[in-house]
Design a protein around this ligand. Structure first.
Ligand SMILES: [Zn+2]
Length: 75
């Protein structure tokens, strides 16, 4: 995994690994930078930053683009 599909940062961790008959079949990653998580078996339009729709990308260095942050519990 080269970077987060949403923000391209490299601070990732493995959340879960899925096994079937002792074979690894999927891995879920988590991004410490933007809190996105994804499974490595999702479509490339979801998990490859360059193929992801720009509307669903996040520019962490331009936080002024996202003026509304909902506090936890309001959703
Ligand atoms: Zn991210």
């Amino acid at each position: 995994m080269s970077g987060c599909p949403r923000c391209e940062k490299k601070q990732l961790r493995v959340e879960h690994k899925g096994y079937e008959n002792n074979q690894l079949v999927w891995t879920i990653y988590y991004c410490h930078s933007c809190s996105f998580s994804w499974r490595d078996t999702e479509p490339e339009t979801t998990i490859v930053h360059q193929k992801r729709d720009s509307f669903f990308r996040v520019e962490m260095d331009r936080k002024e683009k996202y003026p509304i942050v909902l506090p936890p519990g309001l959703i």
